[in-house]
Design a protein around this ligand. Structure first.
Ligand code: SAH
Length: 354
């Protein structure tokens, strides 16, 4: 299969063009057609000589992903299902700014992107891992979710969270290249500070990412304040228990000097004891992290539930009352299967790729 032209960075293009005996400024022109003018055919790149366009047609495709389905409406959270060239599906969620947090007229648009088809980490509460792992997304399939969501919504995405399907740190080299496509001025041009990588806790990769020069942000799917609770729902905790994870987070803090977010889904009777909140206070304070509490989003086929609102507030108050910055996310999109992996599972059950 021909590679996508969207996978090409300026240095990749320089060598491609050199081999074709073309001047390197053609690379700048090509990138502008792709990322700024967003053409859908190589033939539309009208300032390139016909011979070069023909060479590019032979060597590359423009294909990344195509739109399969949208759930939700223009003024609320919208979930897009995208089809990949091999018939697989990924999803991403466009979340408009919350007026309560950012004001009525905020133009903040957050996109939650996927990094893999399926997931190998098998967190017990999550729909993404139910069918296991299929494959890594390529860098252009990751960045392509941003392009296609902007096209479909007419909105400029200015904030990205890697909280869709998959474990981004298990696809580190493609993740890093997608970050280059997304943050570069010749690419999508979103500042690294507006990108948040969420991980279930791959310790060696967290350290590697800490050494990466860009100021990307980190969120950790914690979901338990003790090994005992966490390993019941997240098998990864058997490999890297909380002490190893927090050592890596301290390393991150030293290198990046930037607040980490601890995500904590509240699942009734599993991790929502108020004792966990007290222990979470200690964990968060040890690395000066903030905490995002998320009432569990029910998944068809799984028997987990969210605690009632009053209990969620009590849990939050223990954190806030002890000096930990904590938000209780009034999560959006519950009615549109917004929890990661849910929409794709439905689609694949109806429409299994050969
Ligand atoms: N693998 C990465 C990123 C994808 S999951 C990670 O684990 O962080 C993004 C977030 O959604 C994680 O915090 C995950 O635990 C959470 N999540 C998964 N299923 C959920 C559900 N049903 N309800 C609420 N949050 C869920």
């Amino acid at each position: 299969m021909r590679p996508s032209l969207f996978s090409q960075t300026p240095s990749d293009l320089t060598s491609t063009l050199e081999n074709l005996g073309e001047p390197s400024y053609r690379g700048t022109q090509i990138l502008e057609w792709l990322w700024q003018k967003r053409v859908d055919s190589i033939d539309s790149m009208s300032n390139l000589p016909a011979s070069l366009r023909a060479h590019l047609e032979e060597a590359f495709t423009l294909q990344t992903l195509t739109h399969a389905k949208t759930q939700g409406s223009a003024d609320t959270t919208r979930k897009f299902l995208f089809r990949l060239h091999d018939g697989r599906f990924v999803e991403c969620v466009l979340i408009p700014a919350s007026p309560a947090l950012y004001g009525e007229r905020s133009d903040r648009h957050t996109l939650c992107v996927s990094s893999q088809v399926g997931c190998a980490f098998a967190c017990k509460f999550c729909a993404s891992g139910l069918d296991g792992f299929t494959r890594n997304l390529t860098p252009e399939e990751i960045a392509g979710q941003v392009l296609l969501s902007e096209e479909l919504s007419g909105k400029k995405i200015n904030n990205i969270v890697f909280m869709g399907m998959g474990e981004p740190l298990a696809n580190l080299s493609h993740l890093l290249k997608s970050i280059e496509l997304i943050t570069s001025p010749w690419g999508i041009g979103i500042g690294a500070r507006h990108l948040t990588i969420s991980t279930s806790g791959l310790v060696p990769q967290i350290r590697k990412l800490a050494d990466h020069p860009q100021q990307i942000r980190l969120a950790i799917s914690l979901h338990g304040a003790t090994d005992e609770v966490r390993e019941r729902i997240m098998p990864i905790n058997n490999k890297w228990p909380l002490s190893d994870l927090f050592d890596a987070l301290r390393y991150w803090m030293e290198k990046k000097k930037q607040k980490i977010t601890l995500e904590y889904i509240l699942i009734e009777g599993v991790n929502d004891e108020l004792k966990q909140a007290e222990l979470l206070v200690k964990r968060a304070r040890s690395i000066r992290a903030k905490v995002n509490l998320i009432p569990y989003n029910t998944v068809e086929g799984l028997s987990w539930n969210r605690p009632d609102d009053a209990h969620c507030r009590k849990f939050r108050d223990i954190l806030s009352g002890n000096g930990v910055s904590a938000t209780l996310r009034l999560e959006k999109g519950h009615d549109i299967d917004a929890a990661c992996g849910q929409l794709r599972l439905k689609e694949e059950q109806l429409n299994t790729p050969e």
